[in-house]
Ligand binder design. Structure first.
Ligand SMILES: [Zn+2]
Length: 261
């Protein structure tokens, strides 16, 4: 299976999964760039099988209606979002552990409430689509859930196969890693892995490339929001007055600091 990253709006990413002439689109922020990708002559024109959504925010679902006009396909989102009736066009509700077929493969749904109460991550064929829950080097703001709920959701993702490639909803990587680097440096525990990844991300952006699609292992090594038990992150939280032995307190201190940063 091939994953095509489709830049949308100012810094969003939609994804088109391609297998044997068929496609699934994840989080079509807008219709135009996705339609261009589906019609790419290099791919011979793709048959769209379904639209899968990580959460209801407008910058992830804005292209659904336009795509449906051309492709009347199932629209998959969380049970919570269907119950709330807050995604126009949603036809399928998924719960934690639900599976979705595509091209002879099986996607698995992980519910990850926090950024929103209906947020899901989607795992398929060695890839993990995380929406606005887990970013490269960071995590989403906690809009609807609680901070412990968000940490529990990230703990769920952190326990998955470290070889999974992570595809997130926004290009926030440089800002996220700048925050991570500043936190650990101010705590007196500089982290070379974070600085190295930041340098790599800056180089990728300078070349006009995206920074997404890294293995989850890179997040485990450099993302402070998955590392509430790492010495640098615990030290940073302690510096902010949080109990470094309390993972929820460490996570909350970091997330609140990032909101203000
Ligand atoms: Zn969002």
């Amino acid at each position: 299976m091939n994953v095509r990253t489709i830049p949308c709006l100012s810094d969003n990413y939609a994804y088109v999964l391609v297998q044997d002439g068929h496609a699934v689109v994840i989080d079509p922020s807008e219709e135009g760039p996705v339609t261009v990708a589906l019609g790419d002559p290099a791919l011979g024109g793709l048959v769209l099988d379904a639209i899968w959504l990580t959460h209801h925010h407008w910058d992830h679902v804005g292209g659904v209606e336009g795509l449906l006009a051309e492709h009347p396909v199932p629209v998959v989102g969380s049970r919570y979002d269907l119950d709330q009736d807050r995604i126009i066009g949603q036809t399928v509700a998924v719960d934690d552990g639900a599976t979705l077929p595509f091209g002879g493969m099986t996607a698995r749904i992980h519910t990850v409430p926090g950024h929103t109460l209906g947020a899901v991550a989607i795992e398929i064929a060695g890839n993990l689509f995380t929406g606005d829950t887990l970013f490269a080097g960071g995590c989403g703001r906690v809009f609807e859930g609680t901070l412990p709920m968000m940490r529990a959701s990230l703990a769920k993702l952190r326990a998955l196969d470290p070889a999974l490639r992570v595809w997130c909803g926004h290009e926030y990587t440089i800002k996220n890693l700048e925050f991570a680097e500043a936190m650990s440096a101010e705590a007196g525990v500089p982290e070379p892995a974070v600085s190295a990844r930041l340098a790599e991300a800056r180089a990728q952006r300078a070349r006009g490339e995206t920074t997404v699609g890294h293995p989850l292992a890179d997040e485990l090594a450099t993302n402070p929001f998955l590392r509430w038990d790492a010495p640098a992150v615990r030290a940073a939280a302690a510096r902010m007055g949080a109990d470094p032995d309390d993972p929820d307190a460490v996570f909350a201190a970091l997330r609140n600091a990032k909101d203000r940063w």
